[in-house]
Ligand binder design. Sequence first.
Ligand code: GTR
Length: 330
Amino acid sequence: MINRRQVLLAPLLLAACGDRSGQRTRPLFAADTHPDEYPTVQALHAIDRLLDERTDGEMRVRVYAGGQMGAEKDTLEITVFGGLDLNRVNLAPLNSIVPETIVLALPFLFRSIPHARAVFDGAVGRTILDAMTSRGLYGLCYYDSGARSFYNTKRPIHTPEDMAGLKIRVQNSDIYVAMVQALGANPTPIPYGEVYQALVQGVVDGAENNWPSYESSRHFEAARHYSTTRHVMAPEVLVASQRSWDRMSLEEQSYLQAAASDSVPIMREIWDARVNASRKRVLDLGIQLVEDVDHAAFAERMLSVWDRFLVTPELRALSEDIVNLGVTDE
Ligand code: GTR
């Protein structure tokens, strides 16, 4: 049986196979789970514009937004295989493929947005992107994802005790499962595109995400209680397929890396504005905001996952480098 995604992918796979001459005959294919106006997708369009300008139209990016290529876990497999050249994903579905990425998903790791940005832009950030190479992916850059917080259909959450027994959707990643278990709630991994239905139908009671995703996915329509736990600040990441990367000339590689790096400040500006706009919109639409959150109690419970996931000296060293990084503009 051929499914819908295979039908959609057929032209991509044919094009990928046919492009072995070293000459660029087609645009780079890029996937993103978010709709077109979302900041990460805008970043992909920015890369397309920069490449177009800088290579006289020789290099372009065709963006498949809105999750039309499938859930992030699946599009990552397609990317490793070379059916997609570029993929913008959250770090979570990479946790099982590239263990180093787990470090950036540790709860209560970052002190502030400037701290997080300094890590993404610095040596630790590059080390983790480089670790992707041996797993079939080439890490190009990080994008902001702000802070993730819990929201649910049932009640206001102030303390970890308020989470007891709630069924919480998590991303496809063991560390997210462990974090929710540490709070006494029940984690359920579900692909992003299916969470809205799961909330509406009561399959889960809640989820966790940043303001723009909470708003753009319409999760707020079903889950009206948003508590600013801000427990994780893991970034988004843009990866290339290592196969596609290896097929490019050195010149093409450097154009692509430069356009990706230059899209980061463009995205951050769009992101900051979107966080405020999304927050304002859902508040105007009447969600119940809880800002009186016992962060110390959440941190105490969730910090138990650090030891469980920092299982090698390398991972521990990366986490220490992050914690010890001094940042001037905090
Ligand atoms: C968003 C992220 C998506 C996806 C989603 C999720 O914040 O931008 O890539 O990972 O969260 O919760 O699945």
